[in-house]
Design a protein around this ligand. Sequence first.
Ligand SMILES: Nc1ncnc2c1ncn2[C@@H]1O[C@H](COP(=O)(O)OP(=O)(O)OP(=O)(O)O)[C@@H](O)[C@H]1O
Ligand SMILES: O=P(O)(O)OC[C@H]1O[C@H](OP(=O)(O)OP(=O)(O)O)[C@H](O)[C@@H]1O
Ligand SMILES: [Mg+2]
Length: 282
Amino acid sequence: MLRIAVPNKGVLAEAAREILQEAGYRQRRDSRELVLVDPENQVEFFYLRPRDIAVYVGQGTLDVGLTGRDLFRDAQVDGGAEEIMALGFGRSVFRLAAPVGAFSSETELSGKRIATSYDGLLSAYLERTGLDAEVVHLDGAVESSVKLGVADAIADVVETGSTLRAAGMETFGESILDSEAVMIARVGARPEGLDVLLRRLKGVLVARRWVMIDYDVRRELLEQATAVTPGLESPTISPLRDESMVAVRSMVRKADANRAMDDLYALGARGILISAIHAIRL
Ligand SMILES: Nc1ncnc2c1ncn2[C@@H]1O[C@H](COP(=O)(O)OP(=O)(O)OP(=O)(O)O)[C@@H](O)[C@H]1O
Ligand SMILES: O=P(O)(O)OC[C@H]1O[C@H](OP(=O)(O)OP(=O)(O)O)[C@H](O)[C@@H]1O
Ligand SMILES: [Mg+2]
């Protein structure tokens, strides 16, 4: 049975639950449940703190885990676990920040104190850049640390930037790490059931990003029309009773769907229909 670590709380927990449910797995009903067995799919879910998931997978206690790339790298279990799939949600950027106007470049940080909950990430960055600054570990709410005098700058996760703005702070210097939710696994390990899990997750990701488009178009415009909707592999062309026309069915990126509809309409296509894809295996 494949043993999968998933976030028990925090911003990743609900999105993790959704993607696994869409992929056809059972998920717990009660947030106090710590383990859930899904016998039909031969998997077992362990609900753990997202920060700890890299440790369990890195030590080989659990086969795979869903966590944030930043939390995974911060745990520094690089030899034990590796990222095997990016999941496209829980996006954030790990950045330096300080009160507005205090710093304009990371080079000014020498000899300064930087507060963070991600010591591993920050230390690796300081080492990489050769900056000689002191790391101050805090558990959270690091935005308050400068005002309260325990640090000169912070390094934290930024999503919308509203927490920083509210604290009168701004980012400076280059971004340290672009993060999103990822699947991690023990280095080189391919336990039974992992391929199916990854194929299902990939199916959900594609189904979220793509929609199906159907339309009718005059035969002589088919080349131009299918250039607008080339699909993932090759569009389906079906004959219509009116032999001068054909029906086309193809996948398009959700983000491009309305532009494709406009272009097809301008070309003379009609009956242009978009429908959602619920699941897909490529
Ligand atoms: N707006 C956000 N705030 C915090 N984390 C975010 C945000 N958007 C995405 N994330 C990601 O979520 C993960 C952090 O999750 P979470 O906040 O549950 O952990 P934590 O901060 O260590 O725990 P806690 O907040 O309970 O102390 C990271 O991978 C982070 O990049
Ligand atoms: O850019 P924003 O959209 O404002 O989001 C970023 C904020 O969210 C996180 O805090 P979290 O809620 O996890 O609390 P914590 O700092 O106590 O972990 C993070 O530490 C920032 O404070
Ligand atoms: Mg947090």
